[in-house]
Design a protein around this ligand. Structure first.
Ligand code: ADP
Ligand code: ZN
Length: 367
């Protein structure tokens, strides 16, 4: 619908946020509908604790102060109940459409805040400050917002683009290693789906990215976002099939997540990592890629400390039980499920001829 800037710069949040985002604060300086000079910021208890002082200090330099709405960490915050509390809070503040709400956190905070802003007064502005690698390279860009319901994850949502995204690689210094690796799975995804050169670069530099070495980390984030932005720009609302490329590893991944009850036992990025190995192996089984390329994909994932096979996940169900989870996939069309497979490293394609029964048999061999 519209374009927006994604700033990727060391310190752009922790050192210099108020200055860099200054243009978005005009309404707070100018008027008194929202408590004058207070900027609404949504965070979870972790990001609130870790970044409170830095954000307060930064905003103070522009004569502003954050007004905090803090949720519990975890998927539980993406609920109707929390959405209601958040929208009530924003309405009580007297929010107008030109006010910018800040989402400071991982995908959970970004999805919740984005959806609240999508429906509040039929659309309010928001700014993404993603603080996990996963949110930085994936969920903060592209405009997908959602909450979860009893029936499943992200089933209630809207496309609502942020006004701006501020990505500061420095905020990842405090991110737990496991969350860092989970986000890195989505970085490998961009390489596998469309960029063989990036794949080779990650093979040489992945350790540096995971260790948060500034240059390597900035390159990995920027390359990932550019890939995502190009795909989203071509198919903003997932209508032409181009955006489906971003689902590499996700159909298998969602089935694994569903089987583990979407619990901390298996993070989204970990499920996607295993899902990408499965997609590569299934592609090799069909003869789309060589066994050697499938092996390269699984090595990249294993080397990053991510689960490179289903067996290591300790899942005890059958292949057909896993395939059954896919039958309920949002993307199911008639009797078939479009499947993202590989023609090569850096060459994903959407296969429309995949039978779930064959997937069940293949998964059975992997368990
Ligand atoms: P995702 O972005 O993967 O969807 P979440 O929003 O669920 O992740 O965040 C994952 C966990 O990491 C949460 O417990 C959250 O509070 C925590 N977290 C987010 N950003 C940081 C950070 N920069 N430093 C430390 N912990 C963080
Ligand atoms: Zn994902």
């Amino acid at each position: 619908g519209r374009s927006y800037d994604v700033t990727i710069k060391r310190g752009c949040v922790l050192d210099d946020f108020a200055h860099g985002a200054s243009e978005y604060f005009e309404s707070y300086r100018a008027k008194g509908a929202v408590k004058a000079r207070k900027v609404p910021v949504v965070a979870d208890t972790n990001t609130h604790l870790i970044f409170k002082a830095a954000l307060e200090q930064s905003l103070a330099s522009e004569g502003l102060a954050p007004d905090w709405f803090v949720v519990e960490p975890g998927e539980g915050a993406k609920s109707w109940a929390v959405l209601e509390q958040l929208t009530d809070w924003l309405l009580e503040l007297g929010i107008t459409r030109s006010d910018h709400v800040i989402a400071l956190g991982g995908g959970v905070v970004g999805d919740l805040t984005g959806f609240a802003c999508a429906v509040l007064k039929r659309g309010c502005e928001f700014i993404q400050i993603p603080t996990t690698l996963l949110a930085q390279v994936d969920s903060s860009v592209g405009g997908k917002t959602a909450i979860n319901t009893r029936a499943g994850k992200n089933l209630i949502g809207a496309f609502h683009q942020p006004a701006a995204v501020f990505i500061d690689p420095m905020v990842l210094d405090t991110l737990p290693d496991r969350e860092m690796r989970a986000g890195y799975a989505e970085v490998i995804k961009y390489a596998l789906l469309g960029d063989a050169v990036f794949f080779d670069w990650l093979s040489d530099n992945g350790t540096k990215v995971l260790a948060r070495e500034p240059d390597a980390l900035a390159h990995a984030i920027a390359t990932s976002i550019r890939a995502k932005a190009a795909i989203v720009a071509e198919d903003e609302r997932e209508t032409t099939g181009v955006r489906a490329l971003l689902n590499l590893g996700h159909t298998f991944g969602h089935a694994l997540e569903a089987e583990t009850g979407f619990s901390d036992r298996l993070l989204h990025g970990e499920a996607v990592a295993t899902g990408m190995v499965l997609a590569a192996q299934y592609s090799a089984r069909r003869g789309d890629i060589s066994q050697e390329d499938a092996k390269r994909a699984s090595t990249a994932i294993g080397d990053a400390g991510l689960p490179a096979n289903v067996a290591s996940l300790g899942i005890t169900c059958s292949g057909s039980a896993l395939a059954d989870h896919m039958r309920h996939d949002k993307k199911m069309e008639g009797g078939t499920l479009p499947f993202l497979l590989l023609k090569g490293i850096g060459q994903a394609y959407l296969a429309r001829d995949v039978e779930l029964a064959d997937i069940a048999e293949f998964l059975g061999e992997q368990l």
